[in-house]
Design a protein around this ligand. Structure first.
Ligand code: PLP
Length: 357
């Protein structure tokens, strides 16, 4: 049998405890949240409260709509171009590796004039294209960026001062830092990294950016806006967990900027350990290193695997073999504490000692 400890995944223990406490009696209804009708007042209140908290965290004014949708970020690769551009409009993308390529290939099903205006390909996506070279076309509808590339371990630490409005995939660093939205027309992020479980995806979109494109109802942002994110049966349990995560985030003293500071400290601990080590290395360009996903390696897949096993044996789950077979990845999402990262760093030191003894 296993006992539970912190740092196992994207939910803090406090949130898991609350889910357990309320499992059979959500908000004194005598029902489980999983049994609640989505037409009930409690469900409506939960959705409205979650939207309100998200609006507050992102500091959205009346010019913005905020939606809770299903279909993950993958669905937004399609829905965003369908709603923000017309078939023959120009739309621009930056290719920073795997997830941005998914977005580009999906956009090509919706728009005929998709341009990749900058790419990290010739640097094997270990560096982001220089921010000064992001020359989007002046008459493009938007410029799409993936704010944090989960697979490559790169992150935009600054957004371009683009004349073209930005469309952001913020799935893997959402609410891990404060993002200025002045140049942004639309931002989407699934919940399962920093604010809960798969099943719900957040879309923040400027009202004036939504075009009237006569889309099938489900794909049209307007259907969901008109219906207050209940155009069809909403994923109440996932929304509930996001609601708890938002409350938990608000309780972190100082809100988002302190979360960002903590995330910075967490990332520094592990990058310093890598830079000081003779065993581990990262090829990610220093100024583009992600605070969320630290991609590194021993340079040898057998010893990467051995280290991952060593960590598992010590109950450290912040690290995994990279799902694409390119070494190791430590994911430092909001729920991971400085202590969790410290345990990983200690394991890195201890492991190197066992090798050299
Ligand atoms: N965008 C980024 C940055 C991701 O990391 C992922 C998945 O991990 C996706 C999009 C796809 O998200 P989903 O599985 O919710 O469709």
């Amino acid at each position: 049998t296993h006992s539970y400890s912190d740092g196992q995944g994207p939910l803090p223990t406090a949130v898991l405890n609350q889910i357990q406490d309320e499992m059979f009696n959500y908000s004194n209804s005598g029902k489980s949240i999983m049994e609640l009708s989505h037409k009930s007042i409690l469900a409506r209140d939960l959705i409205d409260d979650t939207v309100e908290r998200l609006r507050k965290s992102l500091r959205l004014d009346d010019a913005w709509d905020l939606l809770l949708l299903q279909g993950g970020a993958s669905q937004q690769f399609v829905m965003a171009p369908l709603n923000l551009s017309k078939e023959f409009d120009k739309v621009d993308y930056v290719d920073s590796g795997y997830w941005s390529q998914q977005a580009i290939s999906e956009a090509r099903h919706c728009a005929r004039n998709v341009s990749i205006i900058a790419s990290g390909e010739n640097q094997h996506y270990q560096a982001l294209p220089s921010i000064d070279t992001l020359n989007s076309r002046a008459d493009a509808r938007y410029l799409h960026l993936c704010t944090n590339n989960t697979v490559m371990g790169t992150q935009w630490h600054q957004l371009p001062d683009s004349p073209t409005p930005l469309l952001l995939d913020a799935s893997s660093d959402f609410l891990s830092r404060d993002i200025p939205l002045e140049n942004v027309n639309c931002l989407y992020a699934h919940a399962q990294k920093n604010i809960g479980l798969a099943g719900v995806t957040v879309v923040a979109v400027r009202k004036r950016a939504i075009l009237n494109n006569n889309l099938p109802a489900y794909l049209d942002y307007m259907s969901h806006i008109t219906a207050g994110s209940s155009y069809h049966t909403p994923p109440l349990f996932s929304i509930y967990v996001t609601n708890l995560m938002l409350k938990w985030l608000e309780e972190q003293i100082g809100g988002l900027s302190s979360m960002e500071e903590i995330n910075r400290q967490k990332a520094k601990l592990i990058y310093d350990a890598i830079d000081d080590s003779r065993l581990f290395r990262t090829h990610v360009n220093e100024s583009d290193r992600s605070l969320m996903n630290v991609v590194f390696s021993t340079g040898n897949s057998i010893s990467d695997e051995a280290f991952a096993m060593y960590c598992k044996g010590r109950g450290i789950n912040t690290i995994e073999l990279h799902p694409r077979g390119t070494g190791l990845r430590a994911s430092l999402y909001n729920a991971i504490t400085i202590d969790d990262v410290q345990s990983l760093v200690t394991a890195m030191h201890m492991y190197q000692l066992t090798l050299s003894s």
